[in-house]
Design a protein. Structure first.
Length: 122
């Protein structure tokens, strides 16, 4: 029994160690926001027009005129394996002013500051 336990511990220790040689394929080494959606407090889509500029790392969203810009939730689709900071999962926020997010590529070699600006249809 002790031998089986010891063997299981060794296997776990070996399988849980981090590989220092892991390298992300350069094809996936991107830090982009590729999609945006905005939701109101009722869970309905609030966006009307979405424009994402990959070159300038800027997202412009126009919401419907009846929406409360101070009480919105944003959802972003980002490059495969990338991470976004600060997290967008903090709930409903005030988007009266543009917000900045940093997207970091899977291998950490690319880091882009993105600005998301939300306005209303006039």
């Amino acid at each position: 029994m002790k031998k089986a336990f010891l063997l299981a511990m060794i296997i776990c220790a070996v399988s849980c160690t981090k590989s220092e040689n892991y390298k992300v394929d350069s094809e996936y080494e991107m830090a982009n926001i590729t999609g945006l959606q905005v939701y109101n407090r009722q869970g309905d889509r609030a966006d009307s027009v979405i424009d994402i500029n990959l070159e300038s790392s800027f997202g412009k969203i126009i919401i419907k005129s009846q929406e409360d810009i101070t009480n919105l939730k944003i959802v972003a689709t980002i490059s495969t394996g990338a991470e976004i900071y600060p997290s967008m999962s903090v709930g409903y926020q005030d988007f009266s002013e543009p917000k900045s997010y940093t997207v970091r590529s899977p291998g950490g070699t690319i880091s882009k500051k993105w600005v998301i600006d939300i306005g209303k249809i006039k």
